[in-house]
Design a protein around this ligand. Structure first.
Ligand code: ADP
Ligand code: MG
Length: 327
């Protein structure tokens, strides 16, 4: 049934069941003018918002409505993870073309609810409007972090080690694998369609004293630059140490691409990049899904350098996906 034939209230009813996964933090969910949630004593509140526009951030050609719901949730949850926080509540605003099939909206919400369940988050409200343009979905997320403990971007120190979680560039390589209908690259295709936020590792890195952290939405190079700029430091990473999934290498070989381009400039992996003091190195040694890739070498200059396999040093540009410019 088309959304315009269903009406706003029937649609809201259809999506507002099975949305509370941690009832202890909710006083009022969907149904009143505002939702009411409880904050935890001794914690600070985190809030963040993300928007996805059809045709800009996703198309129904490469992603199912369910995947779009997962992807939007992950982008939001990942921002909380990048502060070392715990995600708690979400609200969603959705602008729908009236001729859209309501089943698409329901599927998007199924993807969102799947992520809510996975990470114990409550969907406690939203807003529904129609639009003459493409589908637009905006999610706001509230999270918590122990008082005084959020991991900011601007506190990386000279001597700190730089690390990442997971693999770099899987999502971008996965998208190319989808375009070429490769059948033997399921891991990276999944990284593109249903990327997962690194909530547990983000909290772990906070506990072991990470000095700076960012989630990788625009690509590793861009996120490293954000840490270098805000912390006013220069860093060196080592090409050989960057974790790249073997399926990304496979896709690169087939298409004649450099896997490093996926790893440095491919966005939307939603992994974490962080700095830790040398005292914390033993804590990440042998830790699954964490790889040390470099070090903060000096104050000022704010550049990101990479030592190549041949030991040569080059400057890494702040390239990556930027919505209003492509430089
Ligand atoms: P109001 O007129 O007070 O803004 P609405 O009629 O817009 O209320 O919404 C009714 C209830 O449904 C509210 O609790 C609101 O948070 C919730 N809601 C509306 N749209 C959505 C949506 N897209 N997703 C989740 N909850 C929604
Ligand atoms: Mg409203």
């Amino acid at each position: 049934m088309k959304v315009k034939d269903m009406g706003e209230f029937t649609l809201i009813n259809a999506i507002s069941d099975d949305v509370i996964f941690d009832p202890t933090t909710v006083i009022e969910g969907i149904g009143d003018d505002c939702a009411i949630y409880k904050s935890t004593e001794g914690y600070e509140q985190l809030i963040s918002i993300d928007t996805m526009v059809e045709g800009i951030h996703f198309t129904f050609n490469t992603m199912s409505p369910y995947d779009i719901g997962v992807r939007l949730s992950t982008a939001n949850i990942s921002d909380i993870a990048a502060m070392g926080g715990i995600p708690r509540q979400i609200v969603i605003s959705i602008a729908i073309p009236p001729t859209m099939d309501s089943a698409i909206i329901k599927s998007i919400y199924d993807g969102i609810k799947h992520q809510c369940k996975q990470y114990t988050i409550n969907l406690i409200g939203g807003d529904t409007v129609s639009t003459s343009g493409p589908l637009v979905i905006t999610m706001t997320i509230v999270g918590e972090v122990p008082k005084g403990k959020p991991v900011l971007r601007r506190r990386a120190q000279v001597g700190d080690f730089i690390g990442v979680t997971g693999y770099m560039g899987s999502s971008a390589a996965g998208l190319d694998a989808i375009y070429h209908t490769y059948q033997d690259t399921n891991v990276i295709v999944q990284s593109h369609r249903q990327p997962q936020p690194q909530v547990a590792l983000g909290a772990f890195l906070r506990r072991i004293g990470a000095t700076a952290m960012n989630d990788i939405s625009d690509g590793l190079a861009s996120e490293l630059h954000e840490i270098a700029d805000t912390s006013n430091i220069t860093m060196v990473i080592e090409e050989e140490l960057i974790p790249i999934h073997k399926e990304t290498i496979l896709v690169s070989n087939r298409l004649g691409n450099n896997p490093l381009d996926y790893a440095l400039f491919g966005g939307e992996d939603f992994q974490l990049v962080f700095t830790i003091p040398s005292e914390s190195l033993p804590d990440v040694h042998n830790q699954k899904d964490i790889t040390i890739i470099g070090q903060v070498i000096s104050k000022g200059d704010e550049s990101v350098l990479m030592k190549g396999k041949d030991q040569s040093i080059r400057v890494i540009e702040k390239k990556g996906y930027n919505h209003f410019s492509h430089d």
